[in-house]
Write a protein that binds this ligand. Structure first.
Ligand code: ATP
Ligand code: MG
Length: 591
């Protein structure tokens, strides 16, 4: 490629609306342009990187026996109605109506479509297992598209689906995908880890996410240095928290707990005035008790039915866990009007005691045995003290709904959990029969009995992976591509426009390297060295060969690795192609 004939519209200025490095650099390096919110055009340099990542994905999936196919983007609504996801997926599903008034979705993921294809073809266990994937544009009407292609509304995904006769076969495929993903992300030059994950809107019981470690990442990972446990904050569990009961070691016994003079915080329910105090912290301060001894009671509505959720006042509810537990089509917080009609009191004063109609109450297991607690009185400006959860709220079900935080004990070994940030580039799921059961996808087993197919699914965000690679490989001057996914491997930069010699030698090196099969960019523009170097630093091609007037007088050119940031190495012009060829083979892992 000759720069003068390429379409690489680099920018000197930093675009103002780009918040993270990868977004800024993709725009500045001329890889990307925004068309509309969360919708981007991938320019030639960007498309090259996408193709590099896709190629690695295809090679590694071929190794585990996956077959590539291509499914439609337009999905008839009826298919999504079979699994109820037409309703459950919510506004993220892009919907449209055709000229015959039929409803369609733009595919955000393809479980329904692939299950439809497979149920039409698979009859017997002899046809199993199946391992199929595609690389395709996906659509999700994200509530907050941001960070460029890290969270866009239209993006490229590799999505794979496997079909099995039994769990053991699914386990083999799942493990093979985990290995393949590790090889893919390692080849892309990423520092990543696989962590336990919530299966969210896709479903299933077992799931892991592949996280690229980056401070700009939107995902939080909680991990244990001691035993290696690692999970997303949506999934992470914790060991038992220190008790907050009055008189217990975990928190200081407060004035209210002791006021009645009873041991262990055991005392009667008492209604106290708490004018205008709605948050747990305000109530605790007002009553002079530790925040941990006040309990939050949140009111949710799951498919139209109220569900009360309780956690300690100093902690938050993990909605991913709640939604996963309830398995309802829709779950949301109740409105102030709904709270009033369900509890008799206003927002901010809800509590679990004496609710009409024995509603469902879910409590964090850390509240088991909670005594001397403070809860809302379901009346304006009032709380109850001295609550004993098991005594006063016998219908409470204990369910892990806790949002785990850094410092909480590891659920496996009890050491302190640490928090770090990551970008989710891939996720693998053991789906089980969630889709096949809903859609009647069955097969005949060896004994001739009809059974439901067992499924797995496995996604990689291709465009997000490109951006994640930049997040990990850049400096203030620009991108520093890992060689395996760089748009090209070598940039030849001839300097000094008046003297024709550097350009002539640059052309020779360019031709020589291309003959050896490398992708080369020749900066043949009539620009000052400063401009050429700044652009080269920005687009970050791994090897840079500079042909200058002065060096050429001694028959030498200059080579720098690491996207031009490496130390300069002077090479004789004559052997430069052969030397660089050897270096490239090494860098690209080709013998
Ligand atoms: P997130 O939690 O980030 O919204 P997700 O868990 O909903 O993602 P999956 O359904 O697991 O995403 O999709 C598989 C992969 O597709 C993700 O691991 C991610 O790499 C990519 N991906 C998902 N949503 C987006 C998006 N809006 N923009 C770019 N890539 C995305
Ligand atoms: Mg995911």
């Amino acid at each position: 490629m000759r720069w003068s004939r390429t379409f690489i519209p680099t920018l000197k200025e930093t675009p103002s609306d780009a918040e993270v490095a990868s977004h800024r650099l993709m725009l500045r390096a001329g890889m990307l342009r925004k068309l509309s919110s969360g919708i981007y055009c991938h320019l030639p340099l960007g498309q090259r990187v996408i193709q590099k990542v896709e190629r690695i994905v295809r090679e590694e999936l071929a190794r585990i026996g996956a077959e590539e196919l291509l499914l439609p983007v337009l999905h008839p609504a009826e298919l999504w109605q079979e699994t109820r996801r037409w309703d459950i997926y919510g506004p993220e599903l892009m919907r449209l109506t055709d000229r015959h008034d039929r409803q369609f979705a733009l595919g955000p993921t393809h479980e329904e479509v692939i299950t439809d294809v497979v149920r039409g073809e698979v009859r017997s266990y002899r046809q199993l297992p199946l391992n199929l994937y595609q690389i395709q544009t996906k659509f999700r009407d994200e509530i907050r598209p941001r960070f460029g292609v890290l969270r866009s509304r239209e993006f490229i995904m590799k999505d794979a689906y496997s079909f099995h006769a039994d769990e053991a076969s699914l386990g083999e495929a799942y493990d093979a995908y985990r290995e393949a993903y590790s090889r893919i992300f390692a080849r892309c030059g990423l520092d990543f880890r696989a962590v336990l994950a919530d299966s969210g809107a896709i479903g299933g019981a077992v799931s892991e996410e592949f996280m690229v470690l980056a401070s700009s990442g939107e995902s939080e990972v909680l991990s244990c240095c001691s035993c290696g446990y690692a999970a997303t904050s949506e999934k992470a569990a914790a060991g038992a928290l220190a008790s907050a009961n009055a008189g217990a070691g975990g928190a200081q016994a407060g004035a209210v707990g002791e006021a009645s003079g009873q041991r262990d915080g055991q005392r009667d329910l008492r209604r106290v005035d708490t004018p205008g105090k709605t948050s747990a912290a305000e109530v605790a301060e007002f009553l002079g008790v530790p925040v941990a001894r006040t309990l939050k009671t949140l009111v949710y509505v799951a498919d139209g039915t109220p569900v009360f959720v309780m956690v300690r006042g100093d902690r938050e509810v993990n909605e991913a866990k709640l939604f996963g537990h309830l398995q309802a089509a829709t779950v949301r917080l109740a409105t102030p009007e709904e709270i009033r009609s369900e509890t008799g009191g206003p927002l901010g004063f809800s509590g679990p005691v004496g609710l009409p109609g024995m509603p469902r109450i879910l409590a964090d297991p850390n509240l088991r045995g909670a005594r001397g607690s403070v809860v809302g009185a379901n009346a304006a400006d009032a709380h109850l003290t001295g609550m004993d959860l098991e005594r006063d709220v016998p219908q409470a079900e204990f369910v892990d709904l806790l949002q785990v935080a850094a410092g909480d004990p590891c659920p496996r070994c009890g050491a302190s959990l640490e928090s770090s940030r990551g970008i989710e580039v891939g996720q693998i799921f053991k789906l089980g029969d969630k889709y096949s059961k809903a859609m009647g996808a069955t097969f005949l087993d060896e004994s001739g009995a009809q059974r439901t197919l067992i499924m797995g699914c496995y996604g990689i965000g291709i465009t997000r992976t490109v951006a994640a690679a930049i997040e990990q490989h850049h400096d203030e001057r620009g991108i520093r591509w890992p060689p395996a996914i760089a748009p090209m491997q070598v940039e030849v930069v001839p300097l000094a426009a008046r003297d024709p010699a550097p350009m002539r030698v640059g052309e020779e090196l360019y031709e020589g390297l291309m003959e050896r099969g490398w992708e080369v960019l020749l900066d043949d523009r009539d620009e000052r060295p400063g401009v050429k170097f700044a652009d080269a630093d920005l687009i970050g091609i791994p090897f840079r060969l500079v042909v200058g007037e002065r060096g050429l007088k001694n028959g030498m050119v200059e080579l720098r690795a690491d996207a031009g940031r490496g130390d300069a190495e002077t090479l004789p012009v004559d052997g430069a192609v052969a030397t660089l060829d050897a270096r490239l083979r090494q860098a690209m892992g080709r013998a």
